[in-house]
Design a protein around this ligand. Structure first.
Ligand SMILES: [Zn+2]
Length: 135
C-alpha cells in the first residue's frame, strides 16, 4: 500500500492524537475490543478516506499520511478507538464525517476472547498491527 507522508505534515510526526501516529496503548485498546469493528469498502477522496459500511451508512476519516486504496478495498473501522484496519494493518484516524457511533460493549465480552488480538505498533511507520494472543 503506498503510504507517502503528506507534504504539509512533519516527516516524523510525534502526535498521538486522532489521525496521527498510533500509540501502543491505542493499539492495545483496539485489540481488546474486537466487537468494535464495522466492515466496509474504502475509497480515497481528496484528503480523506471514505468507507461505505457493508451494513449501510458511511464514514469519512483522515490520516496524516496519504493512504491510497483501489476503490472498493475491504476495510474495517473501529469508531470507539478511531482506527482503520486494512488487512492486519491498523492506522489511527480522525473521524471527519458520518459514522454510526461506537459499537456497544457486549454484555458478555468474554465471548469475544477468541477474537481479541495483541495490538503492537511500528515506531518507524506509526501504525499498528493485530496479532493472535498466544496462550
Ligand atoms: Zn501526524
Amino acid at each position: 500500500m503506498p503510504n507517502q507522508p503528506r507534504t504539509e505534515h512533519p516527516q516524523n510526526c510525534q502526535s498521538y492524537g486522532p489521525g496521527h501516529t498510533m500509540h501502543w496503548v491505542h493499539a492495545k485498546q483496539v485489540g481488546k475490543t474486537p466487537w468494535g469493528w464495522r466492515d466496509g469498502f474504502a475509497r480515497t477522496a481528496a484528503d480523506v478516506i471514505v468507507v461505505a459500511y457493508a451494513g449501510g451508512g458511511s464514514i469519512a476519516v483522515w490520516h496524516h499520511r496519504r493512504v491510497d486504496f483501489p476503490p472498493g478495498t475491504p476495510v474495517r473501522v473501529h469508531e470507539q478507538f478511531h482506527a482503520l484496519a486494512v488487512g492486519s494493518l491498523w492506522i489511527n484516524v480522525d473521524i471527519r464525517e458520518g459514522g454510526a457511533g461506537a459499537v456497544l460493549e457486549p454484555s458478555m465480552p468474554e465471548l469475544w476472547a477468541a477474537e481479541m488480538q495483541a495490538g503492537i505498533t511500528s515506531v518507524v511507520e506509526g501504525t499498528g498491527v493485530g496479532l493472535p494472543i498466544s496462550e
